[in-house]
Write a protein that binds this ligand. Structure first.
Ligand code: DON
Length: 311
């Protein structure tokens, strides 16, 4: 289990300023169960390698990972299958399109998604998780998440998973298009079952900041000293977070913030500052590109104040 986090006045000031931006956003409701979130919420936890943690806002609030899970499933399949196998089936290039776009699946390298952070690419990645059943594959992914957070109680939100499973027509369309091109072979309903459970893995900001810290430490949990993923896998994941983590806002994010980060439509952002911190943010009101409005502003203020940009 994680230790308690110290509430920070400095972070509170930044949250207060960024909170005004939550008004520019809207909670995602295309997954009906996500529509219940409070659009004014905004919180942050920052985890240090020595186990200290500072926070502001309600960091105990639970959120589902949604697209943040794509970085974790990518790390797992890179370990399972190796880079050559994975990148034969999913590319390495940003799209400049929204996260659920289908257009480049047809116009560029038919059926092979351009990167693992867009939905099409993430579905291919989830397909590659090894195991004999959906249950076994999901348990492997969950164990990996639990290991990163060092918390065996982490699980998924069944209501959110079911809500997405019942309504994910566009993701099913992406799967069928990809299946037509023989990149995936499995039954689409089975893949959707696994993918929607993956996206519904639930945790709080503090847990999210711990995941960011494992990436910041090149795959090592600094507390136990255990190498949870190879250095190369952590490096590839962080690179995708810079180039594609914010979808068609990734260029602007790199210029204005410069912190490798991955967003999800639940309003979560997982950030990672190499060798220094893991960052977990939650603000469910989203901008038009599907990223947390207040969360992005908060990360921008944080990056400017503490000079966190990579560049
Ligand atoms: O597949 C979906 O549409 C969602 N489960 C995840 C999308 C998402 O989080 C995009 N991020 N901003």
């Amino acid at each position: 289990m994680n230790m308690a986090c110290q509430s920070s006045d400095e972070l509170e000031v930044l949250v207060k300023e960024a909170r005004t931006y939550t008004k520019n956003g809207k909670v995602a409701d295309y997954i009906p169960a996500l529509g219940k979130a409070n659009p004014n919420d905004l919180s942050i936890a920052i985890y240090y390698p020595d186990g200290r943690c500072i926070s502001a806002g309600d960091i105990e609030e639970k959120i589902t990972l949604q697209s943040i899970s794509k970085v974790i499933s990518l790390a797992l399949v890179l370990m399972d299958r190796g880079q050559d196998y994975v990148f034969d089936r999913v590319g390495m290039e940003p799209t400049g399109d929204p996260f659920n776009s289908i257009i480049k699946l047809e116009t560029i390298a038919p059926g092979k998604p351009l990167n693992p952070m867009i939905n099409a690419g993430a579905l291919v990645v989830t397909h590659m998780i090894k195991g004999n059943s959906v249950e076994e594959r999901f348990q492997r992914l969950l164990s990996f998440v639990r290991e990163m957070i060092n918390d065996p109680t982490i699980t998924y939100n069944e209501e959110v998973a079911r809500s997405e499973f019942e309504t994910a027509y566009l993701n099913r369309a992406l799967c069928y298009f990809i299946k037509q091109h023989n990149i995936i072979e499995e039954d689409v309903e089975q893949l959707m079952d696994l993918y929607t459970k993956q996206c519904a893995i639930e945790m709080n900001c503090l847990d999210l900041s711990r995941i960011g810290m494992v990436f910041a430490m090149d795959g090592v949990d600094p507390q136990s000293g255990k190498q949870i993923m190879p250095v190369d896998v952590a490096r590839i994941c962080k690179t995708f977070m810079v180039t594609c983590g914010m979808y068609n806002a990734s260029g602007e994010h790199a210029i204005k913030i410069g912190v490798p980060a991955k967003s999800g439509v639940s309003g979560g952002i997982m950030g990672t500052v190499s060798g220094k911190y893991g960052i977990g943010i939650f603000g469910p009101a989203l901008d038009e590109k599907g990223n947390s409005s207040g969360g992005i502003k908060l990360l921008e203020l944080l990056s400017a104040k503490y000079k966190l940009s990579l560049f």
